[in-house]
Write a protein that binds this ligand. Structure first.
Ligand SMILES: NC(=O)c1ccc[n+]([C@@H]2O[C@H](COP(=O)([O-])OP(=O)(O)OC[C@H]3O[C@@H](n4cnc5c(N)ncnc54)[C@H](O)[C@@H]3O)[C@@H](O)[C@H]2O)c1
Length: 491
């Protein structure tokens, strides 16, 4: 058991990590006030409105429960969860500060294209240090290269008052978008990396005291900061590699006649391999996998370990190759040209359960379809049209050939082909219906499509026999189809 010595927490960065983390801590630790701050007033405004800036299951319920409780409360602290742009006040009051700031891949300067951009993080630490009037525990939630905790400590010490001290903990976040609240409520591990000093270990115990309100102590792992930081990069690199592994095997299946579902099952039943992340698709996306592997590659290269860097880098380029392969296969199945063809893309988010579109495989697919002169209609149940247009970076000519639809049925009306690009439950067929989702009426879709009525299932979520019975030419990842022009590989 660890004592809960903390009653004021700040989360800097109200994004996919900071917002849900703040909400979960506030809901579980009744004696703690959590202030989530961000430099972006629009984001904070959205957190304080009915329309939250991000979609996550249970998130809205948790926040409204906390707010309801605050309204009824007679205590002097009216709300345990505050969203604000007042970073200074939040920092001054907080004993423990979670750093939940974005660390995207650098697009210029040293390490461009590989190293994470720690600019926002560094600016936040300088601001915290200048504001702090008492000792702080800084907790790095952001995914950062191994050794960053030490950099944070030095930066803080450079900018703080001489009588103020800080301990820096590395507490990487392992939540997945789409299941963020569940992952935060029931984490399979909470990693706390600290300096191996008395004060470092004491700070780690204080952070454990917060988590202990809802996480069993056996799931809280104490380690050194370097290992915690590297462990997070390693976990994401291994997850992405696993998906790339299965996708390469899927391509072999398409060329040989084997079926990727069977191959996945055969491999996944081996307890040393296990069944997770073995689903073939049109490619992986999201804001983390690619940037974290590239960060690992950058750090490894800086250590002079070029072969190891190339090994991990290949996971990223294999995914790029795979996304391109899916697109080439589509064109090949449709007779070698899609010029003037009407192609509907169902789904734009990088995966189901989130409105996040960072690195979504739909983006490169749609850009490829437009480059082949197709007409593209896009529907996503969660991603706003404005976001789709921003992500696609369309030329005026491409914009003319692109339509964003608000209904899957009007999106598919007149389409020569439909591509399932995101695994939303409500894209499922009635036959493989998930009780909680309202499935698409594929019978209607096939009726309103135009010949040749191709259905390219980039997520392998549709029922092949059902679609074929309805007259659709069904093509899925990791299984050959009669429309493939690919030569059979001689293995
Ligand atoms: N999104 C995920 O699924 C996930 C999972 C695990 C770890 N992570 C890591 O967590 C970190 C945060 O990710 P995210 O997805 O929440 O990012 P995000 O872009 O959704 O949110 C980051 C927020 O930080 C704010 N910010 C940036 N600089 C600031 C400053 N100086 N002061 C105040 N606010 C500032 C931004 O305005 C933004 O709202 C990243 O390092 C990411 O790799 C993300």
């Amino acid at each position: 058991m660890y004592p809960l010595d903390i009653n004021r927490i700040a989360c800097i960065g109200a994004g996919f990590v900071g917002g849900p983390l703040g909400a979960v801590i506030a809901s579980k630790c009744s004696s703690v006030q959590v202030t989530v701050v961000d430099k972006d007033p629009a984001r904070i405004h959205a957190w304080n409105s009915e329309s939250l800036p991000l979609h996550e299951l249970q998130l809205a319920e948790i926040i409204s429960d906390i707010r309801e409780h605050a309204e009824k409360s007679t205590e002097c602290v009216k709300s345990r969860l505050i969203f604000s742009t007042d970073i200074q006040t939040a920092v001054q009051k907080a004993q423990l500060i979670f750093l939940c700031i974005d660390t995207p891949t650098r697009t210029s300067g040293p390490g461009s294209g590989f190293a994470p951009d720690l600019g926002n993080l560094k600016r936040a630490i300088e601001a915290i240090a200048r504001t702090a009037t008492d000792d702080k525990i800084l907790v790095a939630k952001s995914t950062v290269p191994s050794g960053t905790s030490q950099v944070i400590r030095m930066l803080f010490e450079q900018h703080c008052r001489p009588d103020v001290k800080c301990e820096v903990l590395s507490n990487p976040e392992f939540l997945s978008e789409g299941t963020a609240i569940h992952d935060l409520l029931y984490p399979n591990r909470v990693v706390i990396g600290s300096q191996q000093t008395v004060s470092g270990k004491d700070a780690a115990r204080k952070l454990a005291g917060v988590y202990q309100a809802w996480v069993p102590p056996s799931r809280i792992i104490f380690t050194d900061s370097l290992s915690a930081e590297l462990g997070k990069l390693a976990a994401n690199a291994m997850l992405a590699q696993r998906v790339s592994n299965i996708n390469t095997l899927g391509t072999i299946c398409e060329a040989t006649g084997a079926r990727i579902e069977s191959v996945s099952q055969i491999c996944g039943l081996d307890p040393r391999i296990g069944p997770h992340m073995l689903k073939a698709s049109l490619g992986w996306g999201g804001g983390c996998f690619q940037k974290d592997i590239l960060s690992l590659v950058n750090a490894t290269r800086k250590l002079g370990l070029d072969q190891i860097a190339s090994y991990w880098e290949s996971v990223v380029w294999m995914n790029e190759h795979h996304k391109l392969n899916f697109q080439k296969r589509l064109v090949s199945c449709m007779g070698g040209s899609i010029k003037g063809r009407s192609i509907t893309v169902l789904g734009f988010a990088f995966k189901k359960g989130t409105s996040d579109t960072k690195n979504s495989p739909a983006i490169s697919l749609i850009r490829g379809l437009l480059a082949c002169q197709a007409q593209v209609i896009i529907y996503d149940p969660m991603v706003p049209a404005k976001q789709i247009i921003t992500d696609l970076h369309l030329t005026p000519g491409e914009l003319e050939r692109t339509t964003i639809s608000h209904s899957p049925y009007s999106a598919c009306s007149g389409a020569n082909a439909v591509v399932v690009a995101t695994d939303w439950d409500n894209f499922l067929c009635e036959l493989s219906r998930n009780d909680e989702a309202q499935p698409l009426n594929w019978e209607h879709i096939l009726k309103v499509m135009q010949e040749p009525k191709f259905i390219f299932d980039g997520r392998n979520i549709l029922d092949c026999d059902f679609i074929r019975k309805l007259g659709g030419r069904y093509v899925r990842v990791g299984s050959p189809s009669e429309w493939d022009q690919l030569p059979v590989a001689s293995l």
